[in-house]
Design a protein around this ligand. Structure first.
Ligand code: ADP
Length: 602
């Protein structure tokens, strides 16, 4: 299942497909790394070669120092008169045991002082007559080393320089030789200084590096690990093998050839499979002044490990880059989404503002219309209410004038009484209208809720009787509220009068007047009838001033509006509940109920 992410406008397809693009790039990177693996290993080998040559410098110096310390010794010893005379005597006749001993002791003390391995002196036949180890088990005295190249070199008048395993002692060492000349310039013999290089090997081993030194034929003769000593790093031809057997340079055991790894051979290095030590690279560096090469061994696995680290770092870098891009994309996306949301909000706010403005304008227009309509209704009702008595007054005035001319004063008197009644009606209308003219002083005081009910019933009894209404009053216990008794009476007369109007043409006409306790603090006076009732629309309009369903002259539509207004002024609430063809019930609810009036308790 794929999630459907919606991108706000402004986020291009590049952003949409970024995860897929990045995944593709990652796969490409992995493939690229796999394809360039061999190249990277070769590169790492080249870099390791450079570092190895630098490191080999220190080992080369240690070898140089060790050899140079003794390099001068054979030549100096060859000019020592004691050695020359010993050989000269030896050439004449055989030396005595005493003389043999004397020179060997001398050689031994020089050997000790010079810290060389051995010093020995041979005659021209290669026979050793004097040796620093004359008194040891492996004494060279009596051995003939004419087969050794360092002897032939010295006999040829050159300085001998030769590494070999001792033919007598079996201990390897570097043999430095020099011819010993007579005063006449004849070669009397050969002086040889053997240097032990094993301490040097041990110091290499201690340094933690694997170091080899190979001769010109590529045979390892010095090694930090004894295991690889006298192994050939390249194939040996028959001639050289014969030569080795003849000179016994590396002892009696045959020289073994290392297994070469052709895959990783290079100009500056060689690769070998050293069995349990694994695949190894030997980085070579030539040693100045000697026909040797020094090698630093590095496991191929170490180089592969370095390459893997670099590859992993590249992958990690790729992943981090991808992560950064995804993060940036997400941030950008959120920013865009927020901006889009903000824009949408702004548009919405603007629309709401426009709608509110339109609504206010419409409301204002409606209110204006309602006001004008109310004014119209009021004007026509007032005009009608006033016109009728004025016309009547005008008629009575005219007829009275005529009657006075005829001296019918009795009838004039009757007219005047009628005119008086008419003015009374006009003043009553004026009083009613004045209720709307401003805030009235309610003059609230503790008032009984029973008394105004009986007052209204009393006032309207003739009408109740005329219609034949069954009026049921259920007031219960007396109840006192903070109200204006006169206003209460007016409200109740209005409500009762309306109920009688509603029941005018009904046979089983009934009215009930109830006083009910709503809760601890609220009491409700209800006036109900079983008249025609009202629908919802009618109910919503009954409290509007000048709203009436009665025909002109019968109602002004002020009764409920006045009652509502009076109730409001007293802190009470006038509500209606009605159902068409079932009846109507008006409730006058007071919030502040009192147990008894203050006057009563005082
Ligand atoms: P008027 O009585 O002058 O019409 P009111 O303000 O007293 O004015 O009443 C307004 C209208 O409310 C009445 O015209 C009538 O339609 C309706 N009305 C009032 N009381 C009742 C009732 N008990 N039953 C049915 N309709 C009523």
């Amino acid at each position: 299942m794929t999630a459907n992410i919606s991108y706000p406008a402004g986020i291009g397809p590049g952003y949409r497909y970024l995860p897929r693009i990045l995944l593709g790039c990652f796969v490409l990177l992995v493939l690229l790394l796999a394809a360039t693996d061999r190249w990277m290993i070769s590169l790492e080998i080249s870099q390791t070669a450079e570092r190895s040559v630098q490191r080999l410098g220190a080992y080369r110096t240690s070898l140089d120092t060790t050899i140079n310390r003794h390099h001068y010794l054979p030549r100096i010893l060859a000019s020592d008169p004691r050695i020359v005379s010993a050989l000269a005597n030896d050439a004449g006749d055989n030396p005595g045991a005493e003389e043999l001993m004397y020179l060997s002791v001398l050689l031994e003390s020089i050997n000790r002082e010079a810290q060389s391995d051995q010093i020995f002196l041979m005659d021209t036949s290669g026979m050793t007559h004097w040796s620093s180890n004359y008194d040891s088990v492996h004494s060279f005295v009596g051995s003939n080393y004419s087969f050794r190249p360092y002897f032939s070199a010295a006999m040829a008048g050159q300085a001998g320089f030769y590494f070999a395993v001792g033919a007598t002692s079996g201990e390897p060492g570097l043999f430095l030789s020099s011819p010993v000349y007579s005063d006449l310039g004849d070669i009397l013999g050969v002086i040889v200084v053997k240097i032990d290089l094993r301490p040097l090997e041990q110091s290499w081993l201690a340094s933690g590096d694997a170091v080899w030194v190979t001769d010109q034929e590529g045979i390892i003769f010095l090694s930090s690990s004894q295991r690889w000593q006298y192994h050939a790093t390249r194939p040996l031809d028959e001639l050289h093998l014969d030569q080795l057997a003849q000179t016994r340079q590396y002892g009696m055991s045959p020289v073994m050839e290392l297994m070469r790894l052709e895959e990783w051979q290079g100009e500056q290095w060689q690769a070998f499979d050293l069995q349990d030590e694994g695949e190894q690279l030997a980085f070579a560096s030539a040693i100045r002044d000697y026909p040797w090469q020094m090698h630093l061994r590095v496991p191929l696995s170490e180089i592969r490990y370095q390459v893997r680290i670099k590859q992993s770092l590249l992958l990690l870098l790729g992943v981090m880059l991808a992560g950064a891009m995804l993060y940036y994309r997400e941030r950008h996306r959120r920013h865009e989404a927020q901006r889009a949301l903000q824009q949408a909000n702004e548009v919405l706010e603007q629309r709401v503002e426009e709608r509110t403005r339109d609504l206010k304008e419409a409301q204002a227009a409606l209110a204006q219309n309602q006001k004008l309509a109310a004014l119209g209704r009021m004007s026509s009702a007032i005009a009608h209410e006033i016109n009728q008595p004025i016309t009547a007054l005008r008629n009575y005035t005219a007829s009275s004038r005529l009657l006075l001319e005829r001296n019918s004063t009795d009838i004039v008197k009757q007219n005047l009484e009628k005119m008086d009644a008419l003015t009374e009606r006009l003043s009553a209308l004026s009083r009613q209208l004045r209720i709307f003219s401003g805030k009235r002083n309610t003059g609230s005081a503790p008032a009984s809720l029973h008394a105004p009910v009986y007052y209204a019933l009393d006032v309207l009894q003739p009408r109740l009787d005329a219609v034949g209404i069954d009026c049921r009053v259920d007031l219960g216990e007396e109840c006192w509220v903070l109200a204006n008794a006169m206003m209460l009476e007016q409200i109740l007369v209005n409500l009762l009068s309306n109920a009688i109007d509603a029941l005018s043409d009904r046979e089983d006409a009934r009215i009930f007047i109830r006083l009910t306790q709503q809760d601890d603090s609220r009491v409700s006076l209800q006036i109900g009838d079983n008249g025609p009732g009202m629908d919802k629309e009618l109910q919503s309009k009954v409290f509007e001033p000048f709203f009436t369903t009665k025909s002109v002259g019968e109602g002004m539509g002020l009764g409920l509006a006045i009652s509502y207004s009076l109730a409001h002024d007293m802190g009470a609430e006038l509500t209606v509940s009605s159902e068409p063809s079932k009846g109507t019930c008006f409730s006058l609810t007071f919030k502040a109920v009192m147990a008894q009036p203050f006057e009563a308790s005082a």
